[in-house]
Ligand binder design. Structure first.
Ligand SMILES: [Fe+2]
Length: 306
């Protein structure tokens, strides 16, 4: 039971199998448990950066580009050309470094079309005025479900995979898929679905969609938190491994069972440390708020809203 976008993704992956597979280099930010990926076509060296991190210390309010600068050094060392800065969603646990990377490396900043829904929700939460456009215009491109693009000669397709947020997308690029906050490593499970606009039922359906990709598809995750009995971070697995062994959603676990598990588990989770700073920056495409008349920038802290 394949939908049209997936069927096309499957065909493109099969076609891609005859070409060199994509190369992926991952940069892991331990304070936020985020994996940023540089993905490139080894034949043409065209590349994309998926889900970058701007370092942020909430206690001091200090930002730093240390992690992003490591990515820039790698891209320059490997002589890669950045075509895209891809966000899988508006992250709630880290600030995006995409605007900074764009000034240094170029590339188009993109996210899923439904980001406008998230901008509407958080525009209200933060009481942003009319200067905050809620039409996605902070990004260079908004991807539709099933939309094709390419990294060099490697075909790619975007899949809308809502659930964690209404706007999540996954990027299927050659033989790899960058799945954002949907699936985590098989021994850890799945992303939470309790943020504003989150939906456990939608998350289950999105995950089944990803699991309909060929078993050998390499999956690159946005986060890892280790897992009981595992001492090292991991961010790469396969569709086959997830179908066989994902503790929340392996083959055989039905939608209702998943929703019940996910809902109970979400009720026990604390909000991410950086949710308030992250969301207000990331709905602006990762741009910090403009400076006030004294030259300093300020974030907002809504009280008793969450
Ligand atoms: Fe997230």
């Amino acid at each position: 039971m394949m939908d049209a976008a997936l069927e096309r993704a499957g065909e493109q992956i099969l076609a891609a199998a005859k070409r060199p597979s994509v190369q992926v280099e991952t940069f892991f930010d331990e304070p936020t448990f985020t994996a940023s990926h540089v993905v490139y076509d080894p034949a043409t060296r065209h590349a994309a950066i998926v889900d970058s991190v701007l370092n942020f210390d909430a206690a001091s309010g200090r930002t730093s580009t240390k992690g992003a600068d490591e990515i820039i050094a790698y891209v320059n060392r490997e002589s890669l050309m950045i075509d895209w800065l891809l966000e899988t969603h508006a992250h709630a646990d880290h600030l995006s470094a995409a605007p900074y990377l764009q000034t240094k490396l170029g590339g188009k900043l993109a996210i899923g079309r439904e980001i406008t829904t998230v901008q509407n929700v958080f525009g209200k939460v933060f009481n942003f005025g009319t200067e905050f456009a809620r039409d996605g215009s902070q990004f260079d491109h908004l991807f539709d479900d099933g939309e094709s693009f390419a990294i060099g000669e490697i075909p790619a397709i975007t899949l809308h995979v809502p659930g964690h947020t209404p706007a999540d997308v996954a990027y299927v690029i050659g033989d790899a898929a960058f799945v954002g906050d949907t699936l985590f490593m098989p021994d850890y499970g799945t992303a939470r679905a309790d943020f504003p606009g989150g939906d456990a039922r939608a998350l289950y359906r999105s995950i089944r969609r990803l699991m309909a990709l060929p078993d050998e598809t390499r999956l690159f995750l946005c986060h890892d938190y280790k897992a009981p009995n595992r001492d090292t971070y991991a961010w790469e697995t396969t569709v086959g491994a997830e179908r066989k062994g994902n503790v929340h959603v392996h083959d055989g676990i039905g939608e209702d069972e998943f929703v019940e598990m996910r809902t109970h588990r979400d009720a026990t989770l604390d909000l991410p440390h950086l949710i308030l700073p992250s969301v207000q920056v990331n709905v602006r495409g990762g741009r910090l708020p403009p400076p006030e008349d004294n030259g300093a920038r300020y974030l907002k802290l809504p009280l008793d809203v969450f």
